[in-house]
Design a protein around this ligand. Structure first.
Ligand code: NAP
Length: 337
């Protein structure tokens, strides 16, 4: 396909209107789907398992699929211009590939693969956290099959990670305890679930292609085979703790603090994962991301201004995190890994 709208066949509409999303009822997918629906510019189709118990956003079209029957996935994806995959990390490993292969057969040109994590160019962080090679393989497969990808680099989800138990940002709200990694001052970049949703909706609301060689405006094609980098806050655990105390109206005296060395915690988590205990995964992932000399901070690369994303208030995001605690506790299997 030529890179300019002026060269496209008659009838070409320079916009992404038909979007399919896997996981529209999930943690991040629900935020993305709702943000897309809110623009009024997209027809959004949820690709969902027939027996799914997930509640889907209002106004979404539902296409039921069986991941063991490729024809159902191809049929659901026919005519879609953009496929967003937000698939549970606990789903079978080959499901992502099944979706991507079906998308190629259905003629979908662009895919946002599962990732929604750290900077994809930080290869060492990706290798150390075990996530990098998986995400790279997903992107490579998309290219190999003749499609293009846009991936979201957002760092940890702030509200989710705050709420998601001790293995994540170290907070256990039921016990009012906090595990502080090293001295608690290492800053990482994070994004709220809402900010990720907004960012994806902004990118998919851009013109697909520049009109011609003189058109320098931002288009969806600017991001093809690249990351969209975003952030909400660059914060340390100590910053989070101050915010948590403000939001919950608690004081230092009401919290039990423990300190742990990130390198030791990373190694402990890795040892657990090596013997098949996935409880170690969250531990190694978050501990590694808080290494004082190599933390997960992509803030220098963010596209927030380019995309017109709003500045957010840390305490409001902390409040959203605290409100998410009970909901995440119901997801026992997920929170254990
Ligand atoms: N940056 C961060 O802090 C962070 C945190 C967590 C996750 N992530 C990443 O974000 C992505 C999405 O995670 P998420 O938490 O949004 O996912 P999720 O809510 O756990 O699941 C998303 C969807 O996956 C589908 N699904 C669930 N189990 C499945 C199975 N066994 N087979 C096939 N489909 C299944 C479900 O869709 P249907 O029921 O509609 O079929 C579900 O709504 C992952 O790549 C993950 O690594 C990032």
């Amino acid at each position: 396909m030529s890179k300019y709208a002026k060269d496209q066949p008659v009838g070409f509409k320079n916009a992404i209107e038909k979007v399919a999303i896997v996981g529209a009822g999930g943690t991040i997918g629900s935020h993305i789907a709702n943000a897309l629906l809110k623009t009024g510019k997209h027809t959004v189709t949820a690709i969902s398992r027939k027996d799914s118990g997930n509640k889907l956003p209002e106004g979404i079209i539902v296409a039921h699929v069986n991941y063991d029957d490729e024809a159902t996935i191809v049929a659901a994806l026919k005519g879609q211009q953009f496929l967003i995959i937000t698939m549970a990390p606990t789903a079978p490993r080959d499901t992502h590939s099944k979706i991507v292969q079906a998308a190629a057969k259905a003629g979908v040109p662009y895919i946002m693969p599962n990732a929604y994590g750290p900077d994809i160019d930080n290869v060492k962080l990706g290798q150390d956290t075990l996530l990098g090679p998986v995400a790279k393989a997903n992107r490579d497969e998309i290219e190999r099959l003749g499609m293009q990808w846009i991936t979201v680099c957002c760092g940890f989800w702030y509200d989710y990670s705050l709420a998601g138990g001790e293995a994540r940002f170290g907070f256990d709200f039921d016990k009012r305890s906090l595990t502080i990694y090293d001295d608690g001052n290492t800053k990482i970049s994070t994004s709220t679930l809402a900010q990720v949703g907004r960012a994806v909706a902004k990118v998919l609301s851009l013109k697909e292609l520049p009109q011609d060689e003189n058109d320098n405006s931002l288009t969806l094609s600017t991001f093809l085979n690249k990351g969209v980098y975003i952030k909400s806050f660059v914060v340390s655990q100590n910053d989070m703790f101050e915010s948590v105390k403000r939001v919950t109206g608690t004081t230092d005296a009401e919290w039990t603090l423990t300190h742990e060395d990130t390198k030791k915690r990373y190694e402990d988590g890795m040892a657990q994962v090596k013997v098949g205990n996935m409880a170690g995964f969250g531990k190694l992932l978050y501990a590694r991301s808080f290494y004082p000399d190599e933390s997960s901070d992509l803030s220098e690369k963010v596209h927030n201004d380019l995309l017109g994303l709003p500045d957010e208030n840390l305490d409001q995001a902390t409040k959203a995190g605290v409100e998410l605690v009970k909901e995440l506790q119901l997801r026992v299997e997920r929170m254990a890994s």
